[in-house]
Design a protein around this ligand. Structure first.
Ligand SMILES: NC(=O)C1=CN([C@@H]2O[C@H](COP(=O)(O)OP(=O)(O)OC[C@H]3O[C@@H](n4cnc5c(N)ncnc54)[C@H](OP(=O)(O)O)[C@@H]3O)[C@@H](O)[C@H]2O)C=CC1
Ligand SMILES: O=C(O)C1=N[C@H](C(=O)O)C[C@H](O)C1
Length: 256
């Protein structure tokens, strides 16, 4: 009989955590050994024998949770936002001392979102202007979304590598925030609206044309295939991987 993979969820009673608990419980190859809330001690991860820890908590807690997992020889699959450049650098250095441990930080587990971000980054080389609008439910504690921040970083990197000049913007007079927040120079606008789940539009403008790349998660079920892929794959990817695309082959096949 094949051994089941022991998995623990942090933030297990949250919106994402509860969905992940259901999906892991329904997976024949996974064994949910712990489902922790904020007041449960992290030592439970050790006594439960977790091999993979899934973190779906809050930006203030996630870095300490992942540190604990790595220091105790567990792989981590992280959907929580709040991973600044500094936090990622600290994690990379921690992982340097445990070379066989894998950590996936996935700003978005939905396949469509991962693809939309990749398409947007490619398209951004060819358009004069680019702006991001992210739209979420009003119970979200962070803005801009982790997905929007990651999309902006990838767009900025592509534009810089391709030598695209800064997008023109004649605004001289504005109310604070009217032009959004800047992430690596890319304007990001955050909408919080009851009824929404998780949505993003990347607007790309050139002379006489616009390309809009939009992704909608209508339900948190959209994130679950990515969560399961992360859990099953993380031990095969030692070190830090940022973005589920690191576990996917997004290259197009041969042309007909
Ligand atoms: N990567 C992706 O695809 C996705 C990522 N997310 C991200 O996942 C995170 C969780 O989102 P969501 O489920 O909507 O949020 P919720 O607020 O519904 O859940 C957060 C959970 O975190 C727990 N928590 C709160 N504070 C702490 C703490 N100090 N230490 C440990 N646990 C804590 C809470 O536990 P308790 O119940 O005990 O209070 C709660 O259950 C967010 O960062 C969100 O942006 C969300 C959707 C998709
Ligand atoms: O809080 C959410 O809901 C989501 N958070 C992630 C983010 O900030 O990008 C992923 C998704 O957008 C849903």
């Amino acid at each position: 009989m094949t051994e089941l993979l022991p998995v623990a969820v942090l933030g297990a009673r949250g919106r994402m955590g509860a969905e992940a608990v259901r999906s892991i419980g329904a997976a024949a190859d996974l064994d949910l050994v712990a489902a922790l809330g904020r007041s449960d001690p992290l030592d439970t991860l050790v006594s439960a024998g977790a091999a993979v820890v899934v973190d779906l908590t809050v930006p203030d807690a996630t870095a300490d949770n992942v540190r604990f997992a790595v220091e105790h020889g567990m792989h981590a699959v992280v959907g929580t936002t709040g991973w600044t450049v500094e936090r990622l650098a600290d994690l990379r250095s921690l992982l340097g001392s445990t070379p066989s441990t894998g950590v996936l930080i996935a700003p978005n587990f939905a396949l469509g979102s991962v693809l939309a971000t990749a398409f947007a980054a490619t398209a951004a080389r060819y358009f004069e202007s680019v702006e991001i609008i992210e739209l979420h439910h009003p119970d979200k504690v962070d803005a801009p979304s982790g997905t929007a921040a990651r999309t902006a970083q990838l767009i900025a990197a592509e534009r810089s590598a391709a030598g695209v000049p800064d997008a023109p913007d004649a605004t001289r007079d504005q109310l604070d925030g009217a032009r959004g927040a800047r992430v690596d120079g890319v304007p990001v606008h955050s909408v919080r609206l009851r009824g929404l789940t998780a949505h993003q539009e990347v607007l790309l403008g050139g002379p006489g044309e616009q390309l809009t790349i939009r992704h909608d998660s209508f339900d948190r079920a959209s994130f679950m295939p990515g969560v399961l892929l992360g859990i099953r794959s993380v031990s095969h990817h030692p070190g830090l991987t940022v973005g589920l695309d690191g576990y996917l082959d997004l290259q197009a096949g041969p042309r007909p």
